[in-house]
Design a protein around this ligand. Structure first.
Ligand code: FES
Length: 148
């Protein structure tokens, strides 16, 4: 299967395989990503996706926390680096916060607000996400170059 170039930025093996092999996944190249709800487990590995509008290597991610999906640009509020300590691994071991692998900033999963670390008081940039009919819809039109 030939993928749009921007899908190749999905570094999470599980989501990548899912996106390439599952017929029920629909990827709209312009501004919407649709995932099956069952592929995003509560307080578990997040799903990464490319954000070509923000640059060649920019990524975003979505996690499920307390049953709801939350999506963010994958960029720490302290320094411009990705958060995950292993591809798709965003949660602390207690599963109560998102953590930056570089200096350990802790973010609330539901708001992206940094509660501990060098960027305390700042926030991750959120991306609009909704869920209905067993589908998670990520609206990429809600972000712009000014978000990074
Ligand atoms: S780069 Fe994330 S806490 Fe410093």
């Amino acid at each position: 299967m030939i993928l749009p170039a921007w899908v190749n930025g999905c570094l999470n093996t599980r989501s990548f395989n899912y996106m390439t092999q599952t017929k029920n996944t629909t990827v709209f190249p312009k501004d919407t990503i649709i995932l099956n709800s069952e592929d995003l487990q509560n307080e578990a590995k997040g799903l990464r996706f490319a954000l070509p509008a923000l640059g060649e290597f920019a990524t975003g991610f979505v996690v499920r926390f307390h049953g709801k999906p939350y999506a963010y640009i994958n960029q720490c509020a302290h320094v411009s680096v990705e958060l995950d300590w292993n591809e798709g691994e965003f949660f602390t071991s207690q599963k109560d916060h998102l953590i930056c692998a570089t200096h350990g900033a802790h973010y609330r999963p539901d708001t992206g607000f940094c509660v501990m670390g060098p960027c305390k008081g700042k926030s991750l940039k959120s991306i609009e996400v909704t869920e209905q009919n067993q589908q998670i819809v990520i609206n990429l039109s809600s972000i712009s170059k000014n978000d990074i």
